[in-house]
Ligand binder design. Sequence first.
Ligand SMILES: NC(=O)c1ccc[n+]([C@@H]2O[C@H](COP(=O)([O-])OP(=O)(O)OC[C@H]3O[C@@H](n4cnc5c(N)ncnc54)[C@H](OP(=O)(O)O)[C@@H]3O)[C@@H](O)[C@H]2O)c1
Length: 260
Amino acid sequence: MNERPVALITGASSGFGAVTAARFREHGFQVFGTRRAGGDGLLALDVDSDDSVRACIDALLREVGRIDVLVNNAGRAMVGACEETSATEARALFETNVFGVMRVTNAVLPSMRARGAGRIVNVGSVSGFVGVPFHGAYAASKHALAGYTEALRVELAPLGVRVALVEPSAHRTGIQMVRPRDTMPLYDEGRERVESIIRGQIETGDDPARVSDAILRAATEREPASRYRVGAKAVFAAVARRFLPMGAFERVLEHEFGPR
Ligand SMILES: NC(=O)c1ccc[n+]([C@@H]2O[C@H](COP(=O)([O-])OP(=O)(O)OC[C@H]3O[C@@H](n4cnc5c(N)ncnc54)[C@H](OP(=O)(O)O)[C@@H]3O)[C@@H](O)[C@H]2O)c1
């Protein structure tokens, strides 16, 4: 029996997932990364699909017998005004960012509960506690993930499974931001402004290694915190959200994302 702890990291073909897989390997984990198409040493896993999730987790458990750490990292972003975003488009985003996490978690949990041990680290975002304008559907999905993770953590603590949420601000990855299909000229200026601000923040953002360090800490610390905010903007936003009156907080958002 291989005694190295086993980590399953979703969305490991690029960005945080790829860096985290390397970080966990350095730390002695046996790492299984995933991507939708599989290949390149990664397992095939589409978090949007019940069948894909079940097939991947069943095969992995047959092969290695256990999963010590699950990192729910796979996710997608979207930029567009709330009114431009159809319910169908928002649902597709939730399918990956929220229901995908629920699917993989539910598939992995029976094996963790059976051993009375395990860690689940969900990758949220600063958009999980800030409603960035023109990022409404993404913010809604990450807020939903934050609420789900909080409940999951409390439910699973007595069963020996520890849960944490990592909430980064912008970091240098190739994350794609899809736009709504039916954009409205009324929102062109705002959407393009916010998209270029966010793209700029990502291009000049912090090193994704900092996020992988936080994920590793959440996976290995004896008492994992409920939330790990990573990046100066995430830490600032958390403090501002907590201590500023709502009106003042909205002015911070306007200053950061409003017309120049
Ligand atoms: N970059 C940032 O600044 C930032 C900030 C805060 C939070 N985040 C969050 O961090 C996580 C990782 O993002 P990233 O920046 O590293 O982006 P990324 O480089 O685009 O990586 C996203 C990963 O998710 C996978 N993926 C996408 N849809 C999937 C699906 N339906 N099923 C399975 N895998 C899927 C992709 O794999 P394939 O396309 O190969 O399948 C890819 O490996 C996301 O949850 C994102 O919301 C990012």
